[in-house]
Structure formats: structure tokens, C-alpha cells
Design a protein around this ligand. Structure first.
Ligand SMILES: Nc1ncnc2c1ncn2[C@@H]1O[C@H](COP(=O)(O)OP(=O)(O)O)[C@@H](O)[C@H]1O
Ligand SMILES: [Mg+2]
Length: 264
């Protein structure tokens, strides 16, 4: 039986574009809509892990053998690496700072683009989750290829700034080049983050995006909001930290758009 679990990844080789923030908050919003969610922290910076757990637990797990790095390195079934978060509908596979050497570890493996995909097979067969969301590092290499090969859909968060746009064409060229290993991957859309509607640069960002191929831009923009930083300081998604905040509402709207596009 085909799995009904949707696997989405958040990819942009530019750091600071809002990948981890968007992954964490779309995950929470999906759960608030009644979906079962598994989050996977694919970045050595541990930001997605820190968005849900306290720092001591994240660092302890990063040093233990119950993290994504160990699982990938030893080509294990990822079912054994799942932790429950404090929210009943959301589980997570945490990362490790050792992810910094994952490229090296993958290099000698046979069919090295598919290690993550193979590790997820049992989880997908069980149909335990409606959504699996994967956060990725700000790079384009063998590990991100693993993330893309394991995913059905890709979301690209883009910061509404001149440097936020710079390099986006490289990302789409990379995707084009690796199409032979990711024939099923669909670009779900570009999500604009850290937008400041008082700045005219938002308009410039939108017209620049229109010129790029593959860019279905989500209608909801995530605007600059200090509640995001405070929620991260407190290790909680913004909707739990401050439900009335603008960004909590925007992430819920964005998530509804995501669900609509996935089920179309
Ligand atoms: N809407 C927002 N308003 C204010 N700050 C934000 C917003 N979204 C993200 N940030 C901040 O921007 C920084 C980069 O975001 P992050 O999600 O870590 O990007 P990435 O994962 O792409 O590197 C973080 O410090 C985060 O707190
Ligand atoms: Mg990140």
C-alpha cells in the first residue's frame, strides 16, 4: 500500500533565510490543524531541535548515539531515533554537531543519495504521520541531495532582501542538475520571510521572483516579528509562545496554503 505521509523539505543554500523558523512553525501549525507531524533536524546548527527542546537536552542528544547523524552514518531505520516533543501530535529526530562531517561519511557509501530515503521507509509504511518536515543546512551537496531524494515536496524560504535573492538561481540550477535522482520531487513554492511591508524592497523581491522559473510564491508573507525571536529564546513555536502574535497567524495561513497545495 502506498504511504499517505507527505514528506516536505525546507531548502535554501542561503543561511538566515528562515528555513528552521518556517519548518518549526509550519510543523506546529500542521499539528494545530489536527495532523500528526514528524520533524527532522538535518542541520548541525541544531536550530530546529532548539525550537522544541531545551538546550541541555539538545546538546546531550547531539553527543549521544540517538541522533540523525548516527542513524545516517550507520544506515539505520530512523524509527528508532524518534523523540516525542512536549506536544502530543509532534515528534522529532534531533540533529548533532557531527553533521558537519556527514559529506565525508556519505562519500564511501553505495547509493549515497538514498541513505535518508531508505532510513525513512518503515516510518512511511507505518503511515503514522501525515507530514514529515525536514530542515536542511545552508549548503548544496550530497547531504542536501539525500534530503531532496527523500522528499515529495520542497519549500524554499526566501528573505525579502537583496542578498536573500542572490544565489536563488544557483539553487534552481542545482535542482535541475540533480533531477535524475529526484524525479518525484515537486517544488511546492517560495515563502517570503522577514518581510518588512514599510520597505519598498518587498516589491522588488516579488518582481525579481516573478522572473525566476519554478517560483510559485505563497500568498502569505511572514513579516518581521520580534515574537519569533522571543519564542525561539523560550524553545517554543511562536503559536504556543504567543498565539495572538502576527507571525503566529501568518504561519497558520501559510500552513493552510501548504496543505491546499499538497492535496491538490
Ligand atoms: N519573521 C521573523 N521575524 C524576525 N526574525 C526572524 C523571522 N524569521 C526568522 N527570524 C530570525 O532570523 C534568523 C534566521 O532564521 P532561521 O530560521 O534560523 O534561518 P535559516 O534556517 O534559513 O538559517 C534567526 O535568528 C531567526 O530568529
Ligand atoms: Mg537553519
Amino acid at each position: 500500500m502506498a504511504s499517505s505521509t507527505h514528506v516536505l523539505c525546507f531548502v535554501n543554500n542561503k543561511g538566515g533565510s528562515g528555513k528552521s523558523t518556517t519548518c518549526a512553525n509550519v510543523g506546529y501549525s500542521l499539528s494545530s490543524l489536527g495532523y500528526k507531524v514528524l520533524l527532522i533536524d538535518g542541520d548541525m546548527q541544531l536550530n530546529l531541535s532548539l525550537a522544541y527542546f531545551d538546550e541541555d537536552f539538545v546538546l546531550e542528544t547531539a553527543k549521544s548515539d540517538k541522533n540523525l547523524y548516527t542513524a545516517i552514518k550507520s544506515q539505520k531505520d530512523l524509527s528508532d531515533y524518534i523523540f516525542p516533543t512536549r506536544y502530543p501530535g509532534i515528534d522529532m529526530i534531533l540533529s548533532s554537531t557531527l553533521m558537519s562531517s556527514i559529506e565525508y561519511d556519505l562519500f564511501t557509501k553505495w547509493q549515497r543519495e538514498y541513505i535518508l530515503k531508505n532510513g525513512l521507509k518503515n516510518i512511511l509504511t507505518e503511515n503514522k504521520y501525515d507530514y514529515i518536515l525536514i530542515d536542511s543546512p545552508p549548503t548544496l551537496g550530497g547531504w542536501v541531495m539525500n534530503i531532496l531524494c527523500a522528499s515529495h515536496y520542497m519549500i524554499t524560504p526566501v528573505e525579502a532582501s537583496p542578498w536573500g535573492l542572490f544565489g536563488l538561481a544557483n539553487l534552481f540550477d542545482f535542482l535541475n542538475e540533480i533531477k535524475y535522482v529526484t524525479p518525484d520531487l515537486q517544488m511546492l513554492g517560495v515563502c517570503i520571510t522577514k518581510a518588512d511591508s514599510r520597505k519598498s524592497y518587498l516589491k522588488q523581491t516579488l518582481s525579481a521572483l516573478e522572473e525566476l522559473r519554478h517560483t510559485h510564491v505563497f500568498e502569505t508573507y511572514i513579516k518581521v516579528d520580534s515574537a519569533i525571536e522571543w519564542s525561539q529564546e523560550n524553545g517554543r513555536p511562536v503559536m504556543d509562545y504567543k498565539k495572538s502574535s502576527r507571525s503566529a497567524k501568518e504561519y497558520l495561513c501559510l500552513t493552510k496554503e501548504v496543505v491546499e497545495r499538497v492535496t491538490q
